[in-house]
Design a binder for this molecule. Sequence first.
Ligand SMILES: [Zn+2]
Length: 97
Amino acid sequence: MKGTYAERKKKLFNKLHIKQCAICGYKQTHLLDMHHILPHEKTEKVTTYVLHNKMKLAEEECYKCIALCAKHHREADSGSWHPSFLYHIAHIGEYWE
Ligand SMILES: [Zn+2]
């Protein structure tokens, strides 16, 4: 998969049906972050894989994550939600509206 970083990120999010922040529904997908629900499972930032065009690795990493806007990513990092709740609402790779 070639193209710019933004194009690769868009294709990845489309493939995994990532459409919005899982907490608030913010839909600017180019501004969403992939937050690792369990930090010890983190191999690499999804962003780093996308930057280096390692899209298979990026996809695998996304399944450990939840899509969040910048505000809710901060809150998740500060421990606002239990990991089991985040897994429950993550829905990475599934159809959801
Ligand atoms: Zn949000």
